[in-house]
Write a protein that binds this ligand. Sequence first.
Ligand code: APR
Ligand code: ZN
Ligand code: ZN
Length: 361
Amino acid sequence: MAQQVQGVIARAKGEPVRIETITVPDPGPGEAVVKVQACGVCHTDLHYREGSINDDFPFLLGHEAAGVVESVGEGVTEVAPGDFVILNWRAVCGQCRACLRGRPQYCFDTHNARQKMTLADGTELSPALGIGAFAEKTLVAAGQCTKVDPDASPAAAGLLGCGVMAGIGAALNTGNVGRGDSVAVIGCGGVGNAAVMGARLAGAAKIIAVDIDDKKLETAKVLGATHTVNSRSSDPVEAVRELTGGYGADVVIEAVGRPETYEQAFYARDLAGTVVLVGVPTPDMRIELPLLDVFGRGGALKSSWYGDCLPSRDFPMLIDLHRQGRLDLDAFVTETIALEDVEKAFERMRHGDVLRSVVMF
Ligand code: APR
Ligand code: ZN
Ligand code: ZN
């Protein structure tokens, strides 16, 4: 039996979101219905609401979520009713060239649920990032559910579904930060501060946090930064060089997504160092670099897509570390809110007041 639940809907470009009744169909083959327990408010939700991702309104927002599988469709073996799961953006095929080469984040054949959730009048909804978890229940592909230790707090677990995973993964998976490395993180919002935590987890000796906001730098210190640089008051490239004996950092992680910070990241690394780009630029942005600098600096320039994560490998591992007190996911939960307060949370996000607001059900 299809079910009716409440969900946060963005109807049109720039309009405030509102709560509406939605219909969640029974799971079909390869699908699962998940009872959502917690869902973080991410910038991408706001981007959907503002129409800057695509025009497929109406959207059912929310995508950083954890919950319990309620029912599964035919042929589902990945998860069973009662499993505590973290949702990921899309199920990967496991068989294409990208999957076989160990880069599943570039899978050629990802999928989400085939059926659509709908509004009361039958209008089909576009779930944010193929999830749509600002709702009491949501329909996803079973492969989007990763089972983790049920003792983990849902608020902390849900965060691994997006921004925090992107940051930790930028350090661990894309940057391959190693024991004793020096790491600079440019931009210490939710993603950058998660990268700081990832660098600490990997055993980095120096973790230099760079931001224009002292509040964010304070948090970075709590999460493991050994040095902080406010790039409003000092040149971050010079500062990183000074702090690394004149060389630059072994790994520089850019978590802003702007031309000036991309350029800073490029020059703040050691000649053999790695630049990890996790901040997402807009289509109009450009940088210009002397080719001799591109040639003369070895190392690597890598973009990090969803923290190069493999959910089935990374989610349970990070939840275990969290449960052991070695990964402070709770530090990212600035506030827990009700479903009705998502619009207010967007406002706070615009002011840079929060790392994460998390809707609890
Ligand atoms: N130099 C350094 N830090 C900056 C600068 C700058 N020029 N401009 C902004 N910042 C800082 C902000 O002060 C803030 O702390 O960058 C941080 C951005 O953080 P959030 O707005 O919380 O964004 P977040 O969710 O962390 O995402 C950052 O990563 O995955 C991408 O799409 C995401 O592009 C976005 C980026
Ligand atoms: Zn694939
Ligand atoms: Zn997100």
